[in-house]
Design a protein around this ligand. Structure first.
Ligand code: SF4
Length: 308
């Protein structure tokens, strides 16, 4: 059995309640899609991971308009999670595309509206390490003094060969530079890793987890590689260029990766939330109940006192 530092315990300990996440789409693009770095995006990306994100579309470039648009999105997002959540405050998660890629004035209006919202406990922004210029970092530090701000970075792999195959679009040195600057700014970082990328062995994936564990990140999201229709990854899959993991392989690799992380690293995700409509493989991953049941056979949350 492998024990891990789970997110719900961390949230209860830190915020006094198990905060749920409200996911938003701030209307961003991505430099890996708009031509600044690339036009086809990461090989697995079917549209910026924003399938369940509520759009925030202000009618004008004013603080009032951003607040009104966000209020409406918050109400819609709350209805989405109403069945499973009874909490009064939430993590505002700007999930779609690259959440710091845009005009600084727009970022300021949007994220000021977020941290000012009464039910926002944490502002969490998913972005790329090459989209964190100094003016953005300084805005994030400012906001972090109002409400906690988290940054999520999709590293996915340590292996440069795999990074080139998936068209991540930046070298490791850019990630390391962003981590150092975020640390100086006092902003916690959650790093994403994908398990099951083509050409990677179990040891490669453990090496990535070890690296993330030492990178200064406070949390990690571990996610199974999903092959989604319409992506270039789907073409390679259909041409037989690689195989996806079985549930048994995934659990084995997942527990090995978790076992090399520091004890205090918070694990934000052990599976993945892909769109079922677009999922081509592995199909077993759509049965969330079965997957969670299998994970619980080998991985257990370690409660705050260090005891189960
Ligand atoms: S950085 Fe994110 S949004 Fe951009 S192409 Fe890659 S996965 Fe998609």
């Amino acid at each position: 059995m492998v024990y891990y530092r789970d997110l719900p315990s961390y949230l209860i300990e830190t915020f006094g309640e198990k905060l749920y996440k409200l996911s938003f789409d701030g209307g961003f693009s991505c430099p890996n899609r708009d031509g600044a770095i690339g036009t086809r995006g990461c090989i697995f990306c079917a549209g910026g991971s924003g399938d369940f994100a509520e759009p925030v579309r202000p009618a004008a470039q004013t603080q009032e308009a951003y607040e009104a648009a966000l209020n409406a999105a918050v109400e819609r997002a709350k209805r989405r999670v109403a069945k499973k959540s009874s909490c009064e405050r939430y993590i505002f998660y700007f999930q779609s595309f690259t959440g710091t890629y845009g005009d600084i004035n727009k970022l300021r209006l949007l994220y000021t509206a977020a941290v000012s919202h009464p039910v926002c406990a944490v502002l969490s922004v998913a972005t790329r390490p090459d989209c964190l210029p100094e003016e953005v970092l300084s805005l994030l530090s400012e906001l972090n003094r109002v409400k906690p701000v988290w940054i999520e970075l999709g590293l996915q792999t340590l292996k440069e060969e795999t990074a080139a195959y998936i068209r991540r679009g930046y070298p490791l040195s850019i990630f390391e530079d962003a981590m150092a600057r975020l640390k100086t700014a006092g902003i916690p970082v959650i790093v994403h890793q994908i398990l099951g990328l083509p050409g990677e062995s179990k040891e490669d994936m453990m090496e990535t987890s070890r690296y993330i564990g030492k990178s200064g990140a406070s949390g990690i999201k571990l996610q199974l590689l999903h092959v989604l229709s319409g992506t270039d990854l789907a073409t390679d899959y259909e041409n037989g260029l690689f195989k996806t993991l079985s549930l048994e392989q995934y659990i084995d690799i997942l527990s090995a990766c978790v076992s090399v992380l520091p004890d205090d690293m918070v694990i934000h995700r052990l599976t993945g939330d892909g769109s079922k409509d677009k999922l081509l493989a592995p199909l077993w991953s759509a049965d969330k109940k079965r997957v969670l049941g299998a994970i619980q056979q080998v991985l257990l949350p370690k409660r705050p006192a260090g005891k189960v």
